[in-house]
Design a binder for this molecule. Structure first.
Ligand code: C2E
Ligand code: MG
Ligand code: MG
Ligand code: MG
Length: 292
């Protein structure tokens, strides 16, 4: 049929698909109702202490339980949400949901660990970010020290003066601030010392190949030293092997996050790790958590 309509029809479709693919448009339409239909959920991935393997924190990672397509990863639908503006209500939901869940665990006497949520650029530039955080903490009765925010270099560098101001307000409130995916974005080292972030997360791409004394290993070691000299803690992302763990530990990395210690799991599953922690069991229990 396309052939019968000839060249013009083909060009019409291809031009249309330059702006947004048909798949993205369909996804966007379905994403519109996803919040109301309760299709979004947070999964929790452990962060462990580098020296003793104990659970010390978690990252909340967004998932979309699509009725037909199953579990969709944020890499697929977060860009669609950002493109369409849907990220505003979704991002707000993520923060509320993480705080709500933490308070549920607290109320149940489970001694939760701090949980960090990922922000999108849109949320970070909003004037009302700090008031939203304050509102959610009040609403959920959660101590600020249990909430963390993960930000990217690109977000921070967009408007440096404004960034410094926002970070100061959030740190004064007691919120943990991390630079996510460090090394993959663009950031000026001279600004880094002015940003009151207290955690630096080394991107998985550097961790992947560090077991040999190669460039990535040297970069990871330098990033750890840099962060420490600026008074920040360092979390390595995507730690999958014993060799990676040993290298990072030898270079003074503070915390690990990665499949070696546990995959992102639904809240009900993560509770098992919280319970194990309470009983003083070592972090290896976490390796038994299964993904998604
Ligand atoms: P991120 O913040 O850097 O999160 C870490 C990603 O690495 C997660 O992917 C996690 O599942 C994955 N990961 C952790 N350990 C390992 C490992 O050992 N090996 C491998 N191969 N991967 C590992 P995920 O959950 O698919 O999330 C992808 C990205 O989506 C996140 O990267 C973050 O940028 C974004 N994202 C996730 N949740 C949210 C959210 O609530 N809001 C926003 N704006 N973005 C989110
Ligand atoms: Mg993150
Ligand atoms: Mg990351
Ligand atoms: Mg990353």
């Amino acid at each position: 049929r396309a052939k019968a309509e000839g060249r013009d029809a083909y060009q019409f479709y291809s031009a249309d698909m330059n702006s947004a693919s048909l798949g993205d448009l369909l996804l966007e339409n379905q994403l519109r109702g996803a919040l109301e239909r309760n299709e979004l959920e947070l999964h929790y991935q452990p962060k462990v202490c580098a020296t003793n393997g104990r659970l010390v924190g978690a990252e909340a990672l967004l998932r979309w339980r699509h009725p037909d397509l199953g579990l969709i990863s944020p890499g697929r639908f977060v860009p669609v949400a950002e493109e369409s503006g849907l990220i505003a209500p979704i991002g707000e939901w993520v923060m509320r949901e993480a705080c709500r869940q933490l308070q549920v665990w607290r109320d149940a006497g489970m001694m939760p660990v701090p949980v960090a949520v990922n922000l999108s650029a849109h949320q970070f530039t909003q004037r009302k970010l700090s008031s939203l955080v304050e509102e959610v903490l009040t609403e959920t009765r959660l101590p600020a020290g249990l909430l963390g925010l993960e930000l990217t270099e690109t977000m921070l560098m967009r408007d440096v003066d404004r960034t410094i101001e926002t970070l100061n307000i959030l740190r004064d409130m007691g919120i943990d601030l991390s630079i996510d995916d460090f090394g993959t974005g663009y950031s000026s080292l001279s600004y880094l010392k002015q940003f009151r972030v207290n955690v630096l997360k080394i991107d998985r791409s550097f961790v992947n190949d560090i077991h040999r004394e190669n460039t990535d290993g040297k970069i990871a070691a330098a990033v750890i030293a840099l962060a420490h000299s600026l008074g920040m803690k360092v979390v390595a992302e995507g730690v999958e092997t014993e060799a990676q763990r040993e290298f990072l530990l030898a270079h003074g990395c503070d915390q690990f996050q990665g499949y070696l210690f546990g995959r992102p799991v639904p809240a009900a599953e993560f509770e098992k790790a919280l319970t194990a922690r309470r009983m003083g069991l070592p972090g290896t229990v976490l390796a038994k958590l299964h993904e998604d």
